[in-house]
Design a protein around this ligand. Structure first.
Ligand SMILES: Cc1cc2nc3c(=O)[nH]c(=O)nc-3n(C[C@H](O)[C@H](O)[C@H](O)COP(=O)(O)O)c2cc1C
Ligand code: SF4
Length: 486
């Protein structure tokens, strides 16, 4: 009989001393303060300069899609509400709000926002909504830096119907193809098609700049197109094989964007390491890696040890960051893996999403892995401004770790994802000296990931009253009950 994994849920630890003891006992090497600091002395409240512009604190709002745009890719009231909450979070670095597709067939879902020449008003209104809420929460918007994350979903494109993947791949993958029903005959994007997509990024950047955004992110993470290109070792032609070819997409986008919009900063969100895909295996309670029999050396991922692809290897990611530096990209957001094929790496959670698997490791190890890689990259590239990811699983202890990570230089920014959906002002409450609201803390129930997988808008169904009391909450409950029976 397989054993149930038994990890301690951090929500059960009483206080910071218990948490620190837990870290020691489990040999988790992450920094952690004893006390929270408010006001201007807080490490989280320190401004930072980026190319002559000041960003007013060390909190970054990570991009998070809501699956709530219209069929034409326009924002709805739910989208505006989310951007308003991102603004009210007090984060002075807004990383894109959410992934916005540069063309219809590159949408990750039929409700993803799309950017085109008609988007100017929608995007400026979203931005203004965020700025207004931010000003109300913090008193000033002069030190707010706002970007837009531009994406093509590549292998994970699903533009027309929630249940209908329409993958655009850059190479055939020995494990992932079958998960999406991709046959060996499925066409690979041609170099010509990739150049058309590059042009869509150029056009999108112009619109983003005109709508008032300070920067764009050329997304290179989570298994989407930019990220898949980085591992296109087996592809022929201009975009595959050598490191130079695999980074051509980035170079061609940044070159033309910079020439057309010199005032627009360019940033990159990167899955700095990866792992082979995991899955739920029959008879096992927690997820396990897919078999790699006959697949070594493993050539279908970026930032992994090719001989042991559950280990990160930072040689190429370091080369990639050198390239970013040479291209004048100053802002890098470090993420990892993919929410589709190894979610425990990308967004560590105690409770898996409905299509996921129980955590194969204590989720805090996933947090520590991302923090340590971010630290290593930061040490190698002191001149880059770095955002760290995957802090939400730390729950009540997030602010203690965040303070210490900034002070000790593990990262320049603490990026908040799920915590922002549940409790947007957690870190602002620390800076402004308010008592933390325990009942709002994200407990990593994963409903914000499960809901979209069922075609429902994303949001914090367990804790945000707006979603908790919606009719979608009942549909989500039914879906989870059915999944449990399966
Ligand atoms: C509902 C949801 C939507 C997300 N959408 C995006 C996205 O559009 N772009 C992106 O780069 N990451 C996206 N992410 C990943 C988050 O930005 C973040 O990296 C991840 O949740 C881990 O951080 P956390 O532990 O603070 O949640 C999303 C995550 C969630 C939960
Ligand atoms: S649904 Fe809410 S509590 Fe659950 S992971 Fe998402 S933000 Fe956190």
């Amino acid at each position: 009989m397989p054993q149930q994994p038994s990890y301690t849920h951090l929500g059960g630890l009483r206080d910071i001393e218990s948490f620190r003891r837990y870290l020691t006992e489990h040999q988790i090497n992450i920094p952690c303060d004893d006390q929270l600091i408010s006001g201007t002395a807080s490490p989280l409240a320190q401004p930072i300069d980026i190319g002559g512009t000041t960003i007013g604190n060390r909190i970054a709002a990570q991009p998070m899609e809501g699956w709530d745009g219209t069929a034409h890719g326009r924002p709805t009231e739910l989208t505006f509400r989310r951007w308003e909450r991102f603004g009210a979070s007090g984060a002075k670095l807004i990383w894109g709000g959410e992934a916005v597709a540069v063309r219809h067939d590159g949408r990750a879902n039929p409700n993803q926002l799309v950017i085109n020449k008609h988007s100017h008003d929608d995007l400026s209104r979203l931005r203004e909504t965020l700025v207004h809420a931010h000003k109300q929460a913090t008193g000033s918007d002069s030190d707010l830096f706002i970007g837009l994350q531009l994406t093509h979903s590549g292998r994970y494109s699903r533009p027309n119907a929630h249940g209908r993947p329409e993958p655009k791949i850059v190479y055939h993958h020995p494990i992932l193809d079958s998960r999406l029903g991709i046959t060996p005959e499925h066409p690979v994007l041609t170099d010509r098609e990739l150049r058309d997509i590059i042009e869509d990024f150029h056009n999108a950047a112009v619109v983003a700049a005109e709508a008032g955004f300070d920067f764009i992110d050329v997304k290179h993470c989570h298994g989407y197109l930019g990220h898949e290109l980085l591992s296109a070792h087996t592809r022929d032609g201009d975009f595959g094989g050598s490191f130079e070819n695999r980074t051509r997409f980035l170079r061609e986008i940044t070159g033309a964007v910079r020439a057309a919009n010199p005032a627009l900063s360019i940033a990159v969100r990167l899955s700095a390491f990866d792992m082979i895909p995991f899955r739920k295996h029959m008879g096992e309670t927690c997820g396990a890696p897919e078999s790699i029999d006959g697949l070594l050396p493993y050539r279908w991922a970026f930032g992994v040890n090719v001989d042991d692809p559950i280990e990160p290897d930072l040689h190429e990611p370091i080369r990639f960051l050198s390239l970013l530096r040479d291209l004048g990209v100053k802002l890098v957001n470090v993420s990892a893996g993919s929410p589709y094929y190894n979610p425990h790496i990308q967004r560590p959670a105690f409770y898996p999403p409905s299509d996921g698997y129980s955590a194969p490791e204590d989720p805090i190890k996933g947090v520590a892995r991302q923090m340590q890689v971010t630290r290593e990259l930061k040490q190698q590239f002191p001149e880059l401004i770095v955002v760290g990811s995957a802090y939400s699983y730390l729950q009540d202890f997030l602010p203690y770790v965040a303070q210490a990570a900034i002070r000790e230089g593990w990262t320049n920014f603490v990026g908040l994802g799920r915590m922002l959906l549940a409790y947007p002002s957690q870190l602002l409450d620390v800076i402004q000296g308010r008592t933390l609201q325990r009942k709002l803390i994200c407990r990593t129930f994963s409903d914000c990931t499960t809901a979209p997988r069922a075609g429902l808008p994303s949001g914090c169904y367990p804790l945000d009253p707006f979603y908790k009391n919606s009719s979608d909450a009942d549909r989500l409950k039914q879906l989870k009950a059915t999944k449990k029976k399966d």
